[in-house]
Every structure is written in C-alpha cells, then in structure tokens.
Design a binder for this molecule. Sequence first.
Ligand code: ACO
Length: 175
Amino acid sequence: QESLPAGYVVRPLARSDNQVRSNSSFLKTLEVLTTVGTISDDAFQRRFQYLKEHSDQYFTIVIEDMNVPPTSAGSATSSSPSLVTPGRGKIVAAGTVLVERKFIHELGMVGHIEDIAVSADQQGKKLGLRIIETLKAIGQQVGCYKVILDCSEKNVPFYEKCGFERKGVEMGWYV
Ligand code: ACO
C-alpha cells in the first residue's frame, strides 16, 4: 500500500471537524464535489450524532494534514468551545462507505462508497487512492460481499486504478 505523505493521517470523521476556520473544515473539503450550502454548527452536530448512532452503517473517514499549524482564527473563544481542537491540522480528503443490509445472499451486506473528495490543491498525491483502499478494507472487515459506487465517466480511470471495474448503469431520479 502507498504510504501517505509525512504528517498526513487517516482517521474517522470527528465531532470537532466542523471548524469554521477557513479552508480547514470537512465541509469545505466536500465542495470539490458539489454545492454544500450553509450548514450551522448545530445542524452539523445533529447529523454527526445520527451517523454516530448508526456507526455500524456509516463510516466516514478523512485525511488530515498535520503539518499545518492551527491559525489564530481557529483558537479558543469562550463562546464556541466545541469548535476548537488545539493542534489539529487541515482536512484534505474525505470519503464514506455506507453498509446496506440485504435479504438476498443470505442477509448479505453491500458497501456503498459515497462522496469521495480530495481538496483541489492536494489531488494527485494518492490521497484518493488511500481513502478508497481504507473504505474497501472497512467494507471487507464488516462482512460486505461487494463494495460498489457510482461515478462520472471522467473518474472511471481513477476507480479502475483503485481496483473497481465497470458494472451496470447508474440511473437517477431527481425530486
Ligand atoms: N484520470 C485518469 N487517472 C486518474 C484520474 C483521472 N481523472 N484521477 C486520478 N487518476 C489516477 C492517478 O494518476 C493515480 O494513478 P497512478 O497510481 O498510476 O499514479 C491514481 O489514479 C490514484 O490517484 P490519486 O492521486 O489517489 O487521485 P486523487 O487523490 O487526486 O483523487 C479524486 C481522485 C477523488 C477523483 C479527486 O481528484 C477528486 O476529489 N476529484 C473531485 C471530486 C470527485 O470527482 N470525486 C469523486 C466523485 S465519485 C464518488 O464520490 C463515488
């Protein structure tokens, strides 16, 4: 397995990852995918809590660059202690595997990879590959018989490098 750049770590998403300091939060990282919109810290915490209560189903991981020193904008204030984690670096990549429980295949489980994002200035360093390898390993460990995902045509070569092959056709219905 490729090693991460020095000072980079892979870890589960944490409650404190909704830091408002510019360019550092998990939500900011997701903006390479699509519109994230305005999400209050309260709303973020509620969603995080839901994921935590379903931790056998939702596995969201991030890569953090610990070389980045915390900025003064992220330092402690008495009004927002929950936003602060001293010494934290910068989130540069993220991804989720969602574990679906089926009836077929003797109550088989399928991992669905979603929302893979590497910050624009960090692409091409094998961070995406590491996110996918980690999510595949999680899916395998929890007992999934397959791990699948939908992607655009332009990302096919990336996912092929990650060991995936073309299967079926993605269809969508937008409300
Ligand atoms: N075309 C061809 N090859 C590619 C491409 C591409 N578009 N992207 C990556 N690769 C190759 C790399 O060259 C590398 O090959 P190598 O091992 O021979 O050197 C290999 O794939 C691994 O690349 P990484 O460096 O790990 O890719 P990166 O960290 O840039 O992550 C990603 C790829 C996730 C697609 C990133 O560019 C990104 O965040 N893009 C914007 C958001 C996006 O499209 N996300 C995926 C949505 S689909 C989903 O979420 C299920």
